[in-house]
Design a protein around this ligand. Structure first.
Ligand code: FAD
Ligand code: DHB
Length: 385
C-alpha cells in the first residue's frame, strides 16, 4: 500500500492535515486507533483563536462553525468576588469563537469521507520508520504496511510517533493540581467565559451552546471522580464563582465528567528525516490558556504549506524550516499557558509570599491596560504569518 503522506492519528491535527493536503491535490491515509464514535465524542477543547477559525473557513470546513460557533469579544477574570472584563476585541482587533473540538472532528470526518478520503478507524500504528517512510499498523486482526513519502505524527501525547525521533529532547513541568471538567444540560450563567481565582482553587465557566454549559474546577492531582457527587461539584463551583452582588450559578444535569492532569511538555526537534510531529504528539500545554487545539491547527497549517511547496515546486525550504517555525510559536504558547496557570490557580505548595505576589499580579492584569493587552493578544492568538 502506498500514499504520499501517511498520517498517524485521526484527532483534529491528523484530520485537518489530511483535509488541507487534499485541497492541494496531495494524497494521504489517516490511521486512527479508536473507532469513529469515540473520536467524535471525546470531550475536550472549546475555545478557538481567530487563526483557527480562519484556517477552517478558508479551507471550506467552516460551514457549521459559521452557523453554530459563538463569537466572543472578551473574557472575565474574577477574584475576591469581583469581575474584571478583559475586552479582547477592543484590545487586539481579534475575536475568539466557542465551538467544541467534538464538532470540528465531526465536520472534518464527514468532509474527508465525502471527498473520498482514506480515513481508517480502529487502525493502530505499531511502528514507523522515519528513514524509509514505512508505517506498520494493525487493522481487522491483520498487520499491514503503508509506504509513504512522508509521515505526519499526529497521534497525541500517548502516541508512538515521538519515540521514533532519535535523540529527542524533552522539556516538561507537571503542576500540583488537575482539572475536573463537566458538561451540563443547563443554560450558561454567563455570556462570556469566567476565569475565577479563589483561595480554594481555580474555576472556569465556559459554554457550548445556549443550553449547554462547560465548567472546570481545579482539583487535587489524585482526585477521584467517585468523591465528586453532582451536588459537591455544583456547591464548589458556586463557592469559587461567588459574588456579593447576587449573581447565581445555575446548576443542571451533568452529562459528562473527567479529570485531566495539568502538564507542560515540549519535544524538540519536531522533525526527523521523513517524520514530522504535529499537535499534542510534540507538545502539551495546561488548558488554562486554551492553546492546545489551536497549536495543533497551526502546526498542521504550517506542515500543509511546506508539503505543498515540496510537491509543487520541488523545493524543501519550508519543510526544512518546519520544526523551528513551529517551535517558536509553541514556546510562546507554552509561556502564556504557564503564565495563565500560575496567575489563576491556588498552588498547594505556595507560602504567604507567593500568595501576595500572585495577588499583586492579578491586580496588575485587572487594572493595567498594558498588562490586559498582553493577556488579550496571547489569548486571541498571535497571527500565523
Ligand atoms: P489528539 O486529539 O490527542 O489526537 C490524537 C489521535 O491519535 C487520537 O485520536 C488517538 O486515538 C490517536 N492515536 C494515538 N496513538 C495512536 C496509534 N498508535 N495509532 C493510531 N492512532 C493513534 N485546546 C485549545 O486549543 N482550547 C481549549 O479550550 C482546550 N481545552 C481543553 C480542555 C481539556 C479538558 C483538555 C483535556 C484539552 C483541552 N485542549 C484545549 C487541548 C486540545 O484538546 C488538544 O491539544 C488537542 O486534542 C490536540 O489534538 P491532536 O490531534 O494533536 O491530538
Ligand atoms: C474551554 C477550555 C479551556 O481550557 C479554556 O481556557 C477555555 C474554554 C472550553 O472547553 O470551552
Amino acid at each position: 500500500m502506498r500514499t504520499q503522506v501517511a498520517i498517524v492519528g485521526g484527532g483534529p491535527a491528523g484530520l485537518l492535515l489530511s483535509h488541507l493536503l487534499h485541497r492541494q491535490g496531495i494524497a494521504s491515509v489517516v490511521l486512527e486507533s479508536r473507532d469513529r464514535g469515540y473520536v467524535e465524542r471525546r470531550q475536550r477543547a472549546g475555545m478557538l483563536e481567530q487563526n483557527t477559525t480562519d484556517v477552517l473557513r478558508g479551507s471550506g470546513a467552516g460551514a457549521r462553525l459559521d452557523r453554530e460557533g459563538l463569537v466572543h469579544h472578551g473574557i472575565e477574570l474574577r477574584f475576591d468576588g469581583t469581575g474584571h472584563r478583559i475586552p479582547i476585541t477592543d484590545l487586539t482587533g481579534r475575536t475568539v469563537t466557542i465551538y467544541a473540538q467534538t464538532e470540528i472532528v465531526k465536520d472534518l470526518v464527514a468532509l474527508r469521507l465525502a471527498d473520498g478520503g482514506d480515513v481508517r478507524f480502529e487502525a493502530e500504528v505499531l511502528a514507523l520508520d522515519p528513514s524509509t517512510g514505512t508505517v506498520t499498523f494493525r487493522q481487522d486482526g491483520a498487520t499491514h504496511e503503508l509506504h509513504a513519502d512522508y509521515i505526519a505524527g499526529c497521534d497525541g501525547f500517548h502516541g508512538v510517533s515521538r519515540a521514533a525521533v532519535p535523540d529527542v529532547r524533552t522539556f516538561s513541568r507537571d503542576y500540583p493540581f488537575a482539572w475536573l471538567g463537566i458538561l451540563a444540560d443547563v443554560a450558561p450563567s454567563t455570556d462570556e467565559l469566567i476565569y475565577a481565582h479563589h483561595e480554594r482553587g481555580f474555576a472556569l465557566h465556559s459554554l457550548r451552546s445556549p443550553s449547554v454549559s462547560r465548567l472546570y474546577l481545579q482539583v487535587a492531582t489524585d482526585a477521584d471522580l467517585a468523591d465528586w457527587s453532582d451536588q459537591r461539584i455544583w456547591d464548589e463551583l458556586a463557592t469559587r464563582f461567588g459574588t456579593p452582588d447576587g449573581w447565581q450559578l445555575k446548576p443542571g444535569p451533568i452529562t459528562d465528567r473527567s479529570v485531566t492532569p495539568m502538564r507542560s511538555f515540549v519535544a524538540e526537534p519536531m522533525r526527523h528525516d521523513r517524520l514530522f510531529l504535529a499537535g499534542d504528539a510534540a507538545h502539551i500545554v495546561p488548558p488554562t490558556g486554551a492553546k492546545g487545539l489551536n497549536l495543533a491547527v497551526s502546526d498542521v497549517t504550517i506542515l500543509a504549506r511546506a508539503l505543498t511547496e515540496r510537491y509543487t515546486s520541488g523545493t524543501s525550504a519550508l519543510l526544512d524550516a518546519y520544526s523551528a517555525t513551529c517551535l517558536s510559536r509553541v514556546w510562546r504558547a507554552e509561556h502564556f499557558s504557564y503564565w495563565m496557570t500560575t496567575l489563576l490557580h491556588a498552588d498547594p505548595g505556595a507560602d504567604a509570599f507567593d500568595r501576595r505576589v500572585q495577588r499583586a499580579h492579578l491586580e496588575y492584569v485587572a487594572s493595567s491596560p498594558a498588562a490586559a493587552t498582553s493577556l488579550a493578544e496571547n489569548y486571541a492568538g498571535l497571527p500565523l504569518e
